[in-house]
Design a protein around this ligand. Structure first.
Ligand SMILES: [Zn+2]
Length: 384
């Protein structure tokens, strides 16, 4: 075990067998736990690969590491588990060590400054015995469908299934890639992990459309390194299993462009049931509905037309980027005696979307607690 203290040997992740020999060329990093049989000599790592890896995969400089000890300080602290290095800056040295196999880095999917991504990835690692689904077959079905869309996904083997990577020639908004992938998986009826309460299924990276400041989102084990848990190096399937061939393959792989991704998702949104909509409480069955107090005029631009029938912008159409002329919503005095008593008008959308009452109420962000507060306000809102 060299100078690694004995108690650390049990910390090596499952799958480790026997004592590890640390090669002399790694003497400067002897405190790290390598998987010797898989480690490249750092002299074999070509400088251009490091730049390419950075250019293709690194969205932000923060990263994490999938093994126990990364720096001398981590070693001193004896910190266990995956080490997340939020404040560290990913350097060429970190990438070299990753490619050598000395440590394995995880990369975040989103550049927080632009909410864009250099890659999108799907992770499937479920067990067929438990789920009845074959992770690898699911990913291959997805890859096939992507190819029909003119894209060039790269399949990377992993422990139980794999990672399917889609590399972009320039950063693509996270939202665009997510809309594409969610709809694609729905089209193929493949469960998405985390959506619709699925505890298993394919994981889509990134998992956010935008990141709050100080947030990182989710990361994925970077390719071309060693899977620390099973101590294997997994390669992209369509290239020979050596690092040089892998880089050659990735270099030649056609990238998705932003224009392509936008064309593939034109007019699309996330699947309907996955869009978080404002909560609209159900009508209660008492004699006065809280919705009878909803006055559309509080939420729309000044009306045009006559006092008995005017038109204005439909909030729901507007939210969908429609109703540019601002006249989809017709508003007229209510025939309902209760509503007309308070001067609250009826309204309907005659735009192509035919927005329903609840679409419009939701688009206004209105809740039944938004009551008309005073008689004065009621007076002010009455048709004159
Ligand atoms: Zn509308």
């Amino acid at each position: 075990m060299g100078s690694v203290p004995p108690e650390l040997s049990t910390d090596i992740q499952e799958g480790a067998e026997g004592p590890e020999q640390i090669p002399p060329e790694l003497a400067d990093v002897h405190k790290y736990i390598p998987a010797p049989e898989l480690i490249y000599n750092r002299a074999d790592i070509v400088s251009i690969w490091v730049s390419e890896f950075d250019m293709w995969f690194v969205n932000r400089r923060e990263f994490y590491v999938q093994n126990f000890y990364v720096t001398q300080a981590d070693y001193e602290k004896r910190s266990a588990g995956y080490v997340r290095i939020e404040k560290a800056t990913l350097s060429r040295e970190h990438i070299i060590r990753h490619l050598c196999g000395i440590h394995t880095i995880g990369l975040y999917a989103i550049n927080p400054e632009t909410n864009s991504c250099k890659w999108f990835a799907l992770d499937a690692d479920y067990n067929k015995k438990e789920t009845g689904r074959d992770a690898k077959a699911d990913l291959q079905a997805v890859a096939q469908e992507m190819k029909l869309d003119g894209l060039w996904p790269a399949f990377e083997n992993s422990h139980r299934g794999g990672h399917l990577w889609l590399l972009c020639d320039q950063p693509v908004p996270a939202r665009v890639g997510r809309i594409y992938l969610y709809n694609l998986l729905d089209r193929l009826c493949i469960p998405i992990r985390g959506a619709r309460k699925n505890s298993e299924g394919i994981e889509i990276f990134p998992k956010q459309e935008t990141l709050d400041p100080e947030k990182f989102g989710n990361g994925l084990r970077a390719p071309l390194g060693i899977h620390r848990k099973v101590k294997r190096r997994y390669w992209f399937q369509d290239a020979d299993p050596n690092i040089e061939a892998q880089f050659k393959y990735l270099r030649a792989l056609p990238r998705a462009t932003r224009e392509e991704m936008e064309a593939l998702t034109e007019g699309m949104d996330m699947p309907d049931d996955l869009i978080s909509k404002p909560f609209v409480p159900p009508l209660y069955t008492g004699s006065i509905s809280p919705f009878e107090q909803f006055d559309i005029r509080e939420f729309t631009p000044p009306p045009r037309g006559s006092k008995t029938n005017y038109m204005t912008r439909c909030p729901s159409c507007a939210k969908a980027g429609r109703d540019k002329r601002g006249d989809n919503l017709h508003v007229s005095p209510s025939k309902d005696p209760k509503k007309s008593m308070f001067g609250i008008p009826d309204f309907y959308c005659h735009g192509a979307m035919k927005c329903t009452f609840s679409d419009i109420v939701s688009a206004c962000g209105w809740r039944p607690t938004h009551r008309i507060q005073t008689n004065q306000q009621q007076e002010a809102l009455k048709f004159k």
